[in-house]
Design a protein around this ligand. Sequence first.
Ligand SMILES: [Zn+2]
Length: 84
Amino acid sequence: MPIYEYRCKNCGKEFEVLQKVDDPPVVTCKYCQGEASRIISLTNFQLKGTGWYATDYKDKGKKEAERKGDKEKKAEGKEGAKDS
Ligand SMILES: [Zn+2]
C-alpha cells in the first residue's frame, strides 16, 4: 500500500496516510478532522521507484539469463556429444 501525503484544507497541517491505490484522494485531517487533500502526485515518485527497480531487476535478470543460457548450452553440447 502506498503512502500518500495530505495537507489539511482547514488547518494546513501535512501528514501521511497509508491508503489503498483506489481509495479516494480525500481524507479527514487527523489534527482537526477537517478535509485534507492529497498534495503530491505520487506519479513522479512511483516512476522513479519502479524505474529504478525495473532497471535493477532487468540487469540482474539479464545477467542471470545469460549465465543460465551458457550453462544450458554447455549441458546441451555435452549431452549431444554423448548421444552421437
Ligand atoms: Zn486539519
